[in-house]
Design a protein around this ligand. Structure first.
Ligand code: NAD
Length: 317
């Protein structure tokens, strides 16, 4: 496993990291004991960055992750969770709620300290509230030593500058972007110089596009329009036809980008995390990569967006 600096946080994170949304059963039914073995396997393989949220599986992801981490030395892993989004699409970024949320997450995760606390999917709220109320509350928690670092997450790329342009340097230390840098979409790349200038670390999530680039395909709630799903399917089927694994290619494509500190991939299966770590350590098949990128060209950077109208990215379809 290789490690990279997460922006200017001082944290060194594994280039492949563990996304725990799958532990909440958000993709398909999962077995908690198997989920726990998956986390332990990830740690054994050198994965040291774990990301969750109270939203995933309505707190189940955090609870299962907490059970998995029982007895594991706290300093051996970097724990990230989030505030502001809860079950049933409920959002509350008020200072009081995010402060209470930290305590609740800590109780479920069996710790009194979170390394990285992130505002979860800020496109669904008024960014003025994030800037004027939520982030100042998180800064107080950071000053009090309850959290190490502060981040923001979401789907539309415009939300990142929407917040970073209006906050003092050092307030927001990381962004987590998802589904905007994967085999079929490289839009996040255009933000790299800006984020570097802002001294903000980049976490790239969902290298398979939340299942788009997997043999299993997308879950029913997936927001991609049918043409995009069909376009991705063609690449999946091509890989199957030549006996190649599209997930391997998808992970390699993300992990080699030197500006992304880490790529978060989700699974609740110990064998799958083992496979994924092996994938990123295997040599890249450049001819296959070129062929798959060519198949995906018709849907390159096609996207979906969400959130408040003022926070949405323009749609390319
Ligand atoms: P992902 O691209 O990692 O896809 C996960 C899906 O891919 C699951 O169905 C999993 O079973 C499957 N998969 C993984 N490895 C596989 C393999 N080798 N073969 C076949 N299938 C495989 O998307 P994700 O789980 O949504 O994203 C990863 C993590 O990133 C999340 O768990 C979460 O921690 C984080 N994330 C955060 C946000 C946010 O903060 N707004 C959004 C998206 C993701």
């Amino acid at each position: 496993m290789h490690y990279r600096a997460l922006g200017h946080t001082g944290l060194e994170v594994s280039v492949l990291s563990f996304g725990a949304s799958s532990l909440g059963g958000v993709f398909h039914a999962t077995d908690d004991d198997e989920s726990i073995r998956t986390v332990r396997t990830a740690l054994d393989l050198g994965v040291n960055f774990l990301d969750t949220s109270p939203y995933y599986g309505a707190t189940r992801s955090e609870s299962v992750l907490g059970r998995a981490l029982r007895g594991v030395p706290r300093e051996s892993y970097i724990l990230a969770t989030k505030v502001g989004q809860y079950n049933n699409g409920e959002f509350d970024f008020s200072a009081a709620r995010v402060t209470r949320s930290l305590d609740e997450s800590c109780a479920r995760l069996g710790t009194d300290y979170i390394d990285l606390l992130q505002c979860h999917d800020i496109e669904f709220t008024d960014l003025n509230q994030i800037v004027d109320e939520t982030l100042p509350a998180l800064v107080k928690l950071r000053e009090a030593g309850r959290i190490g670092h502060i981040g923001i997450t979401g789907l539309p790329l415009k939300i990142f500058s929407g917040v970073l342009d209006r906050t003092a340097p050092g307030v927001v230390e990381t962004i987590l972007s998802f589904c905007r840098y994967e085999l079929n979409d490289t839009a996040l790349d255009s933000l790299v110089p800006y984020l570097r200038e802002k001294k903000v670390g980049i976490i790239n999530a969902s290298p398979t596009g939340m299942g788009l680039l997997t043999p299993r395909g997308v879950p029913s709630w997936h927001p991609a329009p049918p043409a995009m799903v069909a376009g991705a399917r063609r690449a999946v089927e091509y890989c199957q036809s030549v006996g190649a694994d599209i997930v391997k290619l998808a992970l390699q494509f993300c992990v080699v980008h030197p500006a992304f500190a880490t790529t978060l991939v989700g699974t609740a299966n110990p064998e799958t995390i083992r496979e994924n770590v092996a994938h990123i350590e295997a040599p890249l098949d450049f001819a296959l990569m070129a062929k798959v990128l060519e198949i995906l060209r018709p849907i390159h950077n096609h996207n979906f967006t969400r959130g408040r109208p003022e926070n949405r990215d323009p749609i390319i379809a």
